[in-house]
Design a binder for this molecule. Structure first.
Ligand code: SAM
Length: 353
């Protein structure tokens, strides 16, 4: 599919034509990754962050936020729950937090790797190559780092670099792949200043880099951020150029992503479930997605990981989230995934167990 065709689909409004897109995406999903929906247990291990991202509610400048960092024992208890629930993998996510030292994360990964059959995914922001190598050696399998937008000017404005270090997430993703990680990325849909052209280019880039996992969700304004306040007005494009942060556009991106990356793992995201708690999860799963990431973070920490307000499932226990996901997956005639559900088959580490 050429960029012009991607662009045409993104701008398509006719429901009957769109039905064709949904059917194509669901057919490719079924043929290439099957009916299994893989469950990844999400543990939000810290909300400390050194970054000043203009979109994210836990950025370093956010006022009035209680910061937390889970200790080893608390994280291991979540891991036990993930194993008990039968999920095939864990995703440990945080703000970019130097307090999560290289050795703390290595020891944690080594312990999870030695004591469970879970695939281990990290999403801890832009870290030094030495950290990434160490964690890979300790047993980490995958790393998630969204490039957020492929428009370099917009990226620079919404994701300022740290002093003396230019943020280049594309080169970081490539280095992570060289180190041996399965790599996951993604973008937000409807960032103030995001054009249709840029969004079409984002989807082309998913294909170009042959990403293993691709997460897309709507941008949701947070009152703790520049893009959630009056400053955002200066970012928006003319209405005909500006991508809306709505459900339909997000679903189009999910479907097009499946068409250009047939074998990738694509989650039905929490941000989408936040704007449509009733059926957002199911709609994405029937239009290209094959992964969900139920939250396993203890509720008293979960409420503090507020990257945007009103996050879906924020007050639920891990058990409630598990039951709810299972019911939703069965309601659309799909089955719970078994095992780690990696893009590139079972990792050598897990195969050796
Ligand atoms: N610190 C790591 C990083 O930057 O990759 C991981 C945590 S970060 C909170 C995870 C993702 O949340 C980001 O990649 C971004 O796409 C998404 N996110 C942050 N703020 C958001 C917002 N206001 N609306 C929607 N998604 C948001």
């Amino acid at each position: 599919m050429e960029k012009d065709e991607i662009l045409r689909w993104l701008r398509e409004k006719d429901e009957a034509r769109l039905e064709e897109l949904w059917v194509r995406a669901d057919g490719v999903r079924r043929a290439c990754v099957g009916d299994e929906v893989h469950l990844r247990g999400l543990v939000e291990i810290s909300n400390y962050c050194v970054r000043q991202c203009r979109y994210c509610g836990i950025n370093a400048c956010s006022q009035g936020i209680t910061r937390y960092r889970m200790n080893r024992q608390e994280i291991i208890e979540c891991i036990h729950e993930i194993v008990r629930f039968g999920y095939g993998s864990v995703v440990m996510q945080s703000g970019e937090d130097p307090g999560l030292s290289r050795s703390f994360v290595s020891d944690l990964v080594r312990e999870i790797s030695a004591t469970t059959d879970l695939a281990i995914t990290l999403s801890l922001g832009e870290r030094e190559d030495e950290d990434l190598r160490d964690w890979k050696e300790a047993g980490a399998d995958r790393y998630l780092l969204r490039f957020e937008t492929s428009d370099p000017e917009l990226y620079r404005k919404i994701h300022p670099s740290l002093p003396g270090k230019t943020s280049d997430r594309f080169s970081q993703l490539e280095r992570m792949r060289d180190i041996g990680y399965e790599i996951g990325t993604g973008v937000m849909v409807g960032i103030p200043g995001q054009s249709w052209q840029t969004l079409a280019q984002d989807i082309e880039i998913f294909r170009k880099y042959d990403m293993d996992m691709i997460g897309v969700g709507p941008f949701l304004p947070s009152p703790h951020t520049a893009l959630g306040g009056p400053e955002a007005a200066g970012f928006y494009l003319d209405p005909e150029d500006q991508v809306p942060n709505d459900e339909l556009t997000t679903l189009k991106v999910v479907a097009l992503t499946r068409l250009v990356c047939p074998a990738s793992n694509i989650p039905s995201t929490t941000a989408l479930a936040t704007i449509d708690p009733e059926s957002g999860r199911e709609l994405a799963l029937t239009r290209g997605a094959n992964v969900v990431m139920p939250n396993v973070t203890p509720p008293h920490y979960r409420v503090l990981y507020e990257i945007y307000p009103g996050k879906a499932c924020i007050h639920e226990t891990a058990q409630v989230c598990r039951n709810c996901m299972e019911r939703r997956i069965h309601s659309i005639g799909r089955v719970l995934g078994k095992g780690p559900g990696g893009r590139r088959g079972i990792s050598p580490r897990l195969a050796a167990k």
